[in-house]
Design a protein around this ligand. Sequence first.
Ligand SMILES: [Zn+2]
Ligand SMILES: [Zn+2]
Length: 243
Amino acid sequence: MYNQSELGNFENYLLEKKYSKKTSCEHVLNTYVFTGVVEFKKHRFKKVSLFLINIFDEKVLEIMSKIFFLLCIVISLVTIVIFLYSGISDWIYILGIISSLVPLIISLRIQSVLEYYQDTFCKECGKKLAYEEIGEPVMKETSSFGNYTLTVTRHWKCRYCGNVDIRESSENIFAEQGEMLPAFSLKHIECKKCSETGTIVEIKKPDIKEIGKRRLTRRYYKCTICGHEDINESEEVVNHRTC
Ligand SMILES: [Zn+2]
Ligand SMILES: [Zn+2]
């Protein structure tokens, strides 16, 4: 359990990270729980989604997405087979492979349309494009010594029948425990309380999450001299994963 002075660390941590006042952190029985307000869900290709959802139903959109995905596989396979057995030139082969990406992109975009469909479809009154997000979406992160999980809770209200749906999910946000740093990497860190250097150790594996192109790493440090605990969060831009 954290005592009063240690709780001050969390306040500083939250202040440094410019978290909103509504963000809180609790530390109970070796488990850290971070709760903070996040933004409303952003849907990509909104105009296309509105257009397609007005015309088609969920099933049709699902079938369309599958057809375009299959088309991608067929075009690439045909291109490879022709390349291997009839000796087409390299540039036609490259053109064929690039062409196969077009239906793949369309398929993925339809997946985004489907997500918008599902988010805004009211099961209570059966209307499309009915739910609007209300209130304050909350992200809750739970980090213990062996596990790190993340959930987002959002409230959706139907503009036709007024039904409110509370949904909790991980929203496919990448979240995992990373590896602790080797001891020599901590040698230069100065304790914020006693100002000693080289006395810091990591007390548990770090939390890593990726939101959009941001990869956030949260590390838990403790000073072996004065016992001061500190949470450090760093951020880097990644290009290999989107959400
Ligand atoms: Zn409704
Ligand atoms: Zn210290």
